[in-house]
Ligand binder design. Structure first.
Ligand SMILES: Cc1ncc(COP(=O)(O)O)c(C=O)c1O
Length: 413
């Protein structure tokens, strides 16, 4: 039995399940959960297994590695790879029965050859560029590609899709993109190409443009409780993810004293400063950045007005102060009535989910209680002893049973 350590991510499986139910009630389309980026930081394997047991028809991932990981942990539902493959990646995709997004004739030929060699039907979705100008073939080439696929006995065109560029705030452009896809659909229908899965919407369009639901919606952020757009009245999404860590040091700091690297912050009053063992090495406080003068000026301005990162203790927020270092960050605890007694106390850290390091253990809760832990690439059964969380290693089979039990009767293990 091992203590799980000072820092962990808590994932609420019930909340993911409830969000799926909420989304299903709002559409006739199939929900295809997008579980790329380690399931948006929720852990690819447990989230994938959980969603499979929730009866989803298809899962979407970014790349072949994620697809293979899902297969290796026992996910058997179809898995769509969203990013175009390089030829070197194609054998893995075919071997693991993954569904491939195709956007080039070369890839179609490679997959056709591999399918034939393995005597395996390779399912493909054709991606149409309707305005994002990132990935996809021009709409006017779609029929030609579909015919090419149809000529390959070991390829099966299962779906056709596009991706919206700004469905969170530009319905006019999104409608144009949708129309371009619908024009392709009409051309396919006129040519006798039917019974395909047509898809376009992600989370934002799911709410802002219901007519874009088509046969299937690819949903990531909303499933995990986040959206950039308003929800229909009566609908609510639950928070699914929290990062916790424990305060490892607390000290008094006099007014005017600098805190952390580069004296980035100076105490504005006599303060009590706590230290938490997370930093940019854990993906905390990391933002994508390119060197660009305008961006830097803008980000300097934003920093002046933006609320700093916060941690919460008993529902109250305390700001991170000073530079976030590789493995440590400082918190101004001065306002806390018992600030000097907080060593070892867990705090909730507001963080970007997808950047948080995968090496931080994930504690999955069911009915509000820890039910399963994913740590060091293994599954563990949680044990609470003296109010502390410990873990006992278990097999993937046991992990699956714990998730299945939740789905069967909503019970904790
Ligand atoms: C092609 C594609 N579809 C759907 C999604 C899901 O988007 P969202 O998280 O907004 O639901 C993504 C996510 O990045 C994506 O790349």
């Amino acid at each position: 039995m091992e203590w799980i350590g000072p820092t962990w991510v808590e994932v609420d499986l019930d909340a993911i399940g409830n969000n799926l139910t909420t989304l299903r009630a709002l559409t006739k389309a199939h929900i295809c959960p997008v579980v790329k980026a380690d399931a948006y930081g929720h852990g690819l394997t447990v989230t994938g297994l959980f969603l499979q047991q929730q009866g989803v028809r298809l899962l979407a991932v970014s790349d072949v590695d994620e697809g293979v990981t899902l297969r290796q942990c026992g996910v058997t539902v179809p898995v769509l790879i969203l990013t175009p493959l390089l030829p070197q990646q194609a054998p893995q995709a075919v071997l693991h029965n993954l569904t491939v997004t195709v956007t080039s004739k070369e890839l179609i030929c490679t997959l056709a050859g591999l399918g034939q060699a393995c005597r395996r039907i390779v399912k493909v979705h054709l991606k149409i560029n309707t305005g994002m100008n990132r990935v996809g073939i021009p709409p006017e080439s779609a029929l030609e590609y579909a015919r090419l696929i149809a000529e390959c006995p070991y390829l099966m065109l299962e779906g056709v899709y596009t991706h919206f560029a700004e469905a969170d705030h530009n319905n006019g452009f999104t409608r144009k993109q949708l129309q371009r896809l619908l024009d392709v659909k009409s051309a396919f229908t006129s040519s006798g190409l039917e019974n395909l899965l047509w898809h376009a919407a992600g989370s934002s369009a799911f709410f802002t443009l219901p007519e874009s639901h088509l046969d299937l919606v690819r949903i990531g952020s909303a499933l995990f409780g986040q959206t950039r757009v308003g929800l229909p009245s009566g609908a609510a999404l639950e928070n699914t993810w929290n990062l916790y860590t424990r305060i490892v040091q607390v000290q008094r700091v006099a007014k005017g004293a600098p805190i952390g690297y580069n004296q980035r912050y100076t105490a504005r009053r006599d303060s009590v400063i706590g230290v938490i063992p997370v930093g940019y090495g854990d993906g905390f406080g990391v933002f994508p950045d390119n060197f660009d003068l305008w961006r830097h000026l803008r980000s300097a301005l934003v920093k002046l007005v933006r609320k700093p990162h916060q941690v919460s203790i008993d529902g109250c927020d305390y700001p991170i102060v000073g530079k976030i270092a590789m493995g440590l960050s400082c918190v101004d605890l001065t306002e806390h009535p018992r600030a000097l007694e907080l060593i070892g106390v867990p705090v909730r850290v507001q963080a970007r989910r997808t950047t948080i390091s995968r090496r931080i253990p994930k504690v999955y809760t069911i009915n509000g209680k820890p039910a399963l832990i994913y740590r060091h690439c293994c599954y563990w059964r949680p044990v609470v002893k003296n109010s502390e969380l410990y873990a006992i290693a278990v097999s993937v089979k046991t992990a699956k049973e714990i998730i299945e039990r939740r789905n069967r009767d909503g019970q904790d293990s």
